[in-house]
Design a protein around this ligand. Structure first.
Ligand code: MSP
Length: 656
């Protein structure tokens, strides 16, 4: 009998920047589903990849002084790039597609042509707004206050020749699909789609699928001035990666249709446009689209400009890949948004992994070692406390399965942890250390208690494997569970663990975290990252306000020579200058530049001061005028440089 086949995909990510924890969330979830299906014995195809074309990438590459291909290569394949991130996160994808791959390009041209030939793609005019300096077309909704969203300048009405996909033709069939069974989940998203995009004013509109205003895309082969506009290119990856329209792979018949895991903001493309494209091509429709929620921060979107983007590399390196994978799946109900906080992360690791799971494994293995040298005797005695634990653990697989089949990993994990918590309670109820006091009398009972605990560790280990593959391997090694009891079948019923398994006590699987200290450290790391993301040098924009010449002339700037300079006691900012201003009398000026200069290095220098400001007191001392400095920001911090002029300028010379 051939094995059940299962094809699952993540969205393909834009390689316009480093990926963050939100992208990681989506890929880890898909990985957990893929691993779960493999555990069940399915033949799985798990696809992820990158969506590399489009105007944004073209612009970013230009700004970086690279060709678009060089730019995306760096983000995808470069050190610390997307491939590295998925490797680090232990993502088990079977294939990785890049939309710049030759075979994909070829397939897209084929798909576009077929849809053109069957009349579903036609040429028309795209009416929009055009920003001449940016050479960009914008729709009305993209404009910011009626102006170009990129440069803020005025836009003009313009037309561009473009190809359109007859999406409107598929309105009824798509509506029917959305309403049928569980094609789109969570169910709440179905109404959202129908209401916002199908039954809305204007209904489902045809879609612009080509552009002539930028070059970085797949050329329409029968009309080379046009490039295929992103969604046909991007969505088709799910079939081109199987060999549809190319001879690179031959898996289309075998694996299509897929389950698509996508973020909520792209559900529309996957549940409306993508099925309509497949209808046009006469191909089977996807099995399912699951729209998961977003990870948000302080109730809002993560963004580079807010400086609150959470770095998965740093967290995985600090707390372990499995701990991070687990946290993402355990904490946030998969269909809803979840608010990410460091505190939540650290507490979940401590409570669930260090306390509940880690302790169960370490207490169990330590006791098996201590009381029986690592191998339990065959002579074991049941007790009254066993029944409840066994019943709960025996039904775990089916409750877990139910949750996983409904794409509710958080619920599956909740079920596993209920059993783990029950097992910890069972330790308190049976008090093995008391039993151990009289081995002759209680040895057989103690052996059974420990066997039951090992069995819970094993069952939990098997079911946690899709979420924490490496740590579960560690659990199996410590409890001495061989391969044949690490399987899906082996957790269908209780008692499959060998009674005489060789238990070894290993290192703690999940060390406890000092939450307070770590929170501080994470805060420092975030601050440093924020700073690192700031521009190297920033200067204040020039003023739009004009001053009339007479006003300007009233400011009396003079060259002054430093006779002496010293730090002002009790001030970490001020230096006190005694200056020769050419009048024959000393002038005293206080200046807040101590951070940047040692007083002695300024003695003898010729500086510039404005001398007709009213005197003011600073730290109890008179300051008569102000020394002029140049100011700029370096990585977000102000930096001052005194204007030091040529020493041949005499003291008191007027600057004008
Ligand atoms: N390239 C398109 C997808 C094309 S699929 C044929 C795209 N790329 S993306 O890089 O912007 O986003 C990829 C996925 O990451 C989306 O599913 C998106 O929802 C997900 N996430 C991006 N930020 C996220 C969070 N903060 N939280 C959870 N997922 C988020 O869209």
């Amino acid at each position: 009998m051939s094995r059940e086949r299962f094809y699952i995909t993540t969205p393909i990510y834009y390689p316009s920047d480093k990926l963050h924890i939100g992208h990681t969330y989506c890929t880890v979830a898909t990985d957990a589903f893929a691993r779960y299906k493999r555990l069940r014995g399915c033949e799985v195809m798990f696809l992820t990849g990158t969506d590399e074309h489009g105007q944004k990438i073209e612009e970013k590459a230009k700004a970086a002084g690279l060709t678009p291909q060089e730019f995306v290569d760096r983000i995808v394949e470069g050190e610390g790039g997307i491939l590295d991130l998925w490797k680090l996160m232990n993502i088990s994808n079977d294939r990785f597609i890049r939309t710049t791959d030759d075979y994909h390009v070829k397939s897209i041209q084929y798909i576009f042509r077929r849809m053109y030939e069957n009349g579903d793609i036609y040429k028309d005019k795209y009416v929009g707004k055009y920003c001449t300096p940016c050479e960009s077309f914008w729709t009305d909704s993209q404009l910011k206050d009626g102006k170009c969203p990129d440069c803020g300048r005025d836009v003009t009405d313009a037309e561009e020749e473009a190809y359109f996909f007859r999406l409107s033709k598929y309105k009824d069939r798509v509506r029917e699909l959305l309403l049928s069974g569980d094609f789109l989940e969570p169910a709440s998203r179905v109404n959202e789609m129908i209401h916002n995009f199908i039954d809305c004013e204007g209904g489902l509109q045809d879609l612009c699928v080509s552009r002539t205003s930028f070059k970085w895309g797949i050329p329409v082969d029968f009309d080379p001035g046009h490039v295929v506009y992103v969604w046909i290119d991007a969505l088709s990856n799910y079939i081109t990666a199987l060999g549809y329209g190319n001879d690179r792979y031959d898996d289309y018949e075998k694996f299509w249709p897929a389950v698509h895991i996508v973020g909520k903001e792209i559900v529309r493309f996957h549940s409306i446009i993508w099925p309509a494209m497949l209808m046009s091509l006469g191909e089977p429709l996807p099995k399912k689209v699951f729209g998961h929620g977003w990870l948000i921060i302080d109730g809002g979107k993560m963004s580079k400009s807010k400086g609150n983007v959470v770095d998965p590399y740093m967290l995985a390196e600090r707390y372990g890949v499995d701990a991070l994978r687990f946290f993402l799946m355990r904490t946030f109900p998969f269909g809803s948004d979840g608010n990410f906080t460091n505190e939540l992360l650290l507490n979940t690791i401590n409570n669930d992994l260090a306390n509940d799971l880690g302790n169960l494994v370490s207490r169990t293995t330590a006791m098996a070692q201590k009381y029986f040298g690592g191998t339990l005797p065959a002579n074991q005695a049941e007790g009254a406390e066993d029944a409840e634990l066994i019943a709960l653990a025996s039904g775990l697989r089916s409750r877990y399965e139910d949750a996983m089949e409904k794409f509710a990993p958080h619920r599956a994990l909740d079920e596993v942890f209920r059993v783990i918590q029950r097992a910890n309670k069972y330790i308190d109820e049976t008090t093995p250390w008391t039993l151990a006091k009289d081995m002759e009398l209680n040895g057989a009972r103690l052996a059974r208690v420990l066997y039951n605990l090992l069995e819970v560790c094993r069952i939990a280990g098997v079911l946690l494997t899709p979420f924490m593959p490496e740590s579960c391997r560690g659990i199996f090694e410590q409890i001495g569970a061989p391969e044949n009891v690490r399987t899906w079948d082996s957790v269908a019923s209780w008692g499959n663990m060998d009674a005489n398994a060789a238990v070894t006590k290993g290192d703690a699987l999940f060390p406890r975290i000092d939450v307070k200290a770590e929170l501080e450290e994470l805060e420092n790391i975030a601050e440093a990252a924020k700073k690192a993301a700031l521009p190297d040098i920033e200067i204040e924009p020039q003023s739009d306000e004009t001053v009339d010449f007479d006003t300007f002339c009233k400011s009396d700037f003079r060259a002054v020579k430093v006779k002496s300079c010293e730090a002002v006691p009790k001030s970490d900012k001020l230096l006190k200058f005694t200056l020769d201003d050419g009048t024959g009398k000393d002038r005293q000026i206080l200046s807040g530049i101590r951070k940047w200069y040692e007083p002695e290095q300024l003695v003898g220098k010729t500086l510039v001061a404005i001398v007709n400001l009213p005197p003011r007191k600073m730290m109890g001392l008179d300051s008569c005028g102000m020394l002029i400095s140049a100011v700029h920001q370096k990585r977000g911090e102000e930096e001052l440089n005194l204007i030091i002029v040529d020493d041949k300028i005499p003291a008191g010379a007027k600057l004008c």
